[in-house]
Structure formats: structure tokens, C-alpha cells
Design a protein around this ligand. Structure first.
Ligand code: G3P
Length: 217
């Protein structure tokens, strides 16, 4: 499973990219707001850090305007994936932009039927939002599994980009189901390294090591 970093924080992206943990980046209008930076400027900088896909989201509601915004965003760099919402107009924009050769990430997906439509419209990525389904007492992970089954049944090339990831459990479950990509905040990716038995084991080793009186360096 590839990891995309769900942030517009360039310092966090640089840190994860240096470790090979940033196969791409996803942004959205809320993350641009959080960065406090201009969308074109910060997206250009992100594209210069990572070589994989960088999702930049349109904000228009009508297909024609979405297409115009998408073309402008795609000019930022070769690794831009234009992000469009899963509305009827978003699907129209997806079809036009993907036919033009742009990567398209269809976002705000909350049902298997929506994911089926996005694949038919030529989406490069479909972004089902796990956490926001869990928030309303539905099962976000079940949606990932359903989309995996449907895409595999018919051989769709659209990649499942598990999004709205809030926990390390979401990461491991998405990987077990076979999501192609998971996009997660930097803190969730870093938290995957944590285990209390690792901390306890290390503590024991270091205490015993101190008793040896030895040094490696
Ligand atoms: O990738 C979409 C993601 O940013 C949404 O996450 O936590 O706002 O539901 P969240």
C-alpha cells in the first residue's frame, strides 16, 4: 500500500519524504486554510518535494468551471492530480480532465455506487472517506472492502485511495483489505511506529546494557 500524506505542511512532507514514507500528497481547501498559504504557491512547493501524485482540489460547483480550475491546477507541475468532488458535475469534469491525460482524484466518496460511477468516468483515484462514515456510526472500512470487490470484479484501473484516516487501525485495516493507497495525516503515519512492548523491551535492554559498563562508541 502506498502512503500519501494528507497535509499542506511542507516541513512534515519533507520529513516523511526523506524516509520514503511519502508516495504522494493530498490537499483540500481545509488543509490549504490550515497552511495559511496561497494554494498555487504551496502546491508548487509540495510538487517540488515529492515525485508522486499531489492532489489539488477544485472549488467550483459547475463542470465547466471545475474543468477550467483543474486545467490551471494541472499546470503547476506534471505530478498534479486534480481533485474533484463526487457530484454529477464532478464526474463530468473527471471525464473531460482524464480524457485530456490529467490524473483525477474523485473525492468525498461515501458509497460503493459513487465509486462505481467514478471508475466509469475514468478517475485515477477514488477517495472514500473512512473517518467521516465512522463519525455517523457507519462502517468506513466496509466501504473500502465493497469498492475493492467491485473494482476487482470488473477490472477497473481506478485506484482506491483510503481517505479521512484518523487512526493507526484505519491504516492496517485498509492495508489488509487491499486499498491501493492510504492518505493520512503525518501524525498517524508516525504513530504507526509506536508499540508499548517495543518501549518496554528497549527499556529493559538499556538497563542491562548499563550494567555491562561497555560502550559501542
Ligand atoms: O483526505 C481527506 C481528508 O483530508 C479528510 O479527513 O479527517 O477531515 O475527515 P477528515
Amino acid at each position: 500500500m502506498r502512503f500519501f500524506v494528507d497535509t499542506a505542511d511542507v516541513d512534515a512532507i519533507r520529513e516523511l519524504n526523506a524516509l520514503g514514507m511519502a508516495d504522494g500528497v493530498t490537499t483540500n481547501p481545509s488543509l490549504i486554510l490550515k497552511s495559511g498559504r496561497d494554494i498555487l504557491e504551496v502546491t508548487r512547493e509540495i510538487c517540488s518535494i515529492v515525485s508522486g501524485p499531489v492532489s489539488a482540489e477544485v472549488v467550483a460547483l459547475q463542470a465547466d468551471e471545475m474543468i477550467a480550475e483543474g486545467r490551471k491546477l494541472a499546470k503547476i507541475a506534471d505530478n498534479i492530480a486534480v481533485k474533484v468532488p463526487l457530484t454529477w458535475d464532478g464526474l463530468k469534469a473527471c471525464k473531460v480532465l482524464s480524457d485530456e491525460g490529467h490524473m483525477v482524484n474523485v473525492t468525498l466518496c461515501f458509497s460503493a455506487n459513487q465509486a462505481l460511477l467514478a471508475a466509469k468516468a475514468g478517475a485515477t483515484f477514488i477517495s472514500p472517506f473512512i473517518g467521516r462514515l465512522d463519525d455517523i456510526n457507519l462502517d468506513g472500512m466496509e466501504l473500502i472492502a465493497d469498492i475493492r470487490t467491485i473494482y476487482d470484479n470488473y477490472g477497473f484501473d481506478t485506484q482506491i485511495l483510503a481517505a479521512s484516516i484518523r487512526s493507526v487501525n484505519h491504516m492496517s485495516q485498509a492495508a489488509l483489505i487491499g486499498a491501493d493507497v492510504a492518505t493520512a495525516p503525518p501524525g498517524v503515519i508516525k504513530a504507526m511506529a509506536n508499540h508499548p512492548l517495543t518501549d518496554k523491551g528497549l527499556d529493559g535492554f538499556l538497563k542491562d546494557w548499563a550494567k555491562t559498563g561497555q560502550k559501542i562508541l
